[in-house]
Design a binder for this molecule. Sequence first.
Ligand code: NI
Length: 258
Amino acid sequence: MRIFDSHAHLDTKRFDEDREQLLIDLPTLGVTGVMNASVNVENAKQVLALCEKVSYLYAAVGIYPHETHLAKPGDLMELEKLAGHPKAVAIGEIGLDYYWDESPKEIQKKWFIDQIRLAKRLSMPVNIHCREAHGDMVAILKAEQDGSLKGVLHSFSGSVEVMIEYVKLGFYISMPGTVTFKNAKKVKEVAMAVPLERLLVETDAPYQTPEPFRGKRNDPSKVRFIIQEIARLRGLDPVEIGRITDENARRIYGIEEQ
Ligand code: NI
């Protein structure tokens, strides 16, 4: 099975003990690619340094909603420089989070829009985090969509109706480990309804671990369980879902097959 993890954080502390071995093992477990998101400028530098050492690892560079109240005016120019790195394939993760609400909404929106415009100027996709903010999110994306905006809604947790709005706007939908949870009715409905050519899968590792490892640390090899559940829900072959999501990830992030 081909496994492309469209969003992970392998730079985080929880991988410090065994990161090197894990990165050696992942390709033997079917992992063909991993997109590692970053949360601020300093973190983006660390992520890019890690990507330089691992052929199948790619980076998104960006400022996460919770971090926007700490961002400095010069950060946008820094990001633009980092986005020129050969391993940088997206601007992210960026977005809106009204659930935790750690940065004031107006600051979140300002940084989100500034980073969308940077991505458009650089012809790069965005990797979007959205929690309890779909109203403002859809409005901003509609206003910014001039034909040059493209990207991914990461760890999608909205309804089928909202998903369709994003697909109409040209976006890809990335499904997380929660799709494997027994009572995750809404996520399963979305996983069945996303057009196959817009479907992605992700771990958000070390977070959001799928069944049967729920509660343990997540890692990109566990995308397998997400692929298997989506295949079961849609009555398709898991190998086929793996192939399609790998192709989709390479298309949106502009990554050639190795
Ligand atoms: Ni993330």
